[in-house]
Design a protein around this ligand. Structure first.
Ligand SMILES: *[C@@H]1O[C@H](CO)[C@@H](O)[C@H](O)[C@H]1NC(C)=O
Ligand SMILES: *[C@@H]1O[C@H](CO)[C@@H](O)[C@H](O)[C@H]1NC(C)=O
Length: 228
């Protein structure tokens, strides 16, 4: 495994525990695949049954400790955007991937990435892929520069908590609602962004694009906005 990416659910300690478990599984499958010092520590737990091993707090602590260096090398670089932005649910896994593209793009070509997400309902997905460089503009370095992660993080707007609560209330109020018009202030949107202008009595959603002279675009016409 080259780089491990995780869905950051609530705290990164959850991710550390998951990674440590994966490390223990690697040890059980082939003890020579882990570092020698780690082997000596994990040996103490090798006779536990599967269920016992999931309950064992000492194993949880010990495995996190011995997996720490590998965690710092392979997982830590993926936590930048999830830590800065907070929980995005489905998008979290891809935000972790974006962090790696940002932090490590010069060394990524040829590497295999493992993507692991774990969510509510005890469902999880693990898949992997290998990074290949494309032709311009689809080179890894160009994708990283177009994403401009630092620039985007730096251009965030700071709000007091009261404003956040007010915004959440509005969102709650409008969730699943019809017959409303949104406020016209688009000053915080970046140029080219699509935004909702109103929802009619039949729940049809209408959008406009910032910095575009065209009138609002019907959600029932045009694949770009249809259904969203
Ligand atoms: C076990 O891991 C070592 C070190 O990575 C590797 O050289 C060896 O081929 C592995 N053995 C098996 C059976 O996969
Ligand atoms: C949908 O879009 C097409 C192509 O832009 C346009 O000709 C047509 O009039 C639009 N239909 C409605 C209902 O807006």
């Amino acid at each position: 495994m080259q780089i491990i990416l995780y869905f950051i659910l609530l705290t990164t300690s959850f991710v550390q525990k998951s990674f440590a478990r994966l490390y223990f599984n690697d040890f059980l499958r082939n003890s020579s695949s882990v570092a020698k010092e780690a082997r000596e520590t994990l040996e103490l737990f090798s006779s536990l049954s599967g269920d016992e091993s999931y309950q064992n707090r000492d194993l949880e602590k010990a495995s996190q400790k011995v997996a720490k260096n590998l965690y710092d090398e392979k997982v830590q670089p993926t936590t930048l955007v999830p830590k800065q932005v907070g929980n995005m649910y489905t998008a979290s896994l891809y935000a972790a991937f974006v962090s790696v593209l940002h932090n490590k793009h010069s060394t990524l070509v040829g590497q295999r990435i493992v993507m692991f997400s774990y969510g509510s309902g005890l469902s999880s997905t693990m898949f992997s892929f290998k990074i290949q460089d494309g032709r311009h503009p689809f080179t890894v370095s160009n994708i990283a520069s177009v994403m401009n992660v630092d620039g985007k993080l730096d251009s965030r707007h700071v709000f007091p908590p009261e404003k956040f609560v007010e915004t959440m209330k509005l969102m709650e109020h409008r969730y699943g609602a019809k017959d409303f018009v949104t406020r016209k202030d688009t000053s915080l949107l970046s140029p080219g962004a699509f935004y909702l202008t109103h929802v009619d009595s039949m729940y049809r959603r209408f959008y406009a694009k910032k910095g575009s002279a065209s009138k609002s675009i019907s959600a029932t016409n045009g694949t770009m906005v249809n259904g969203h």
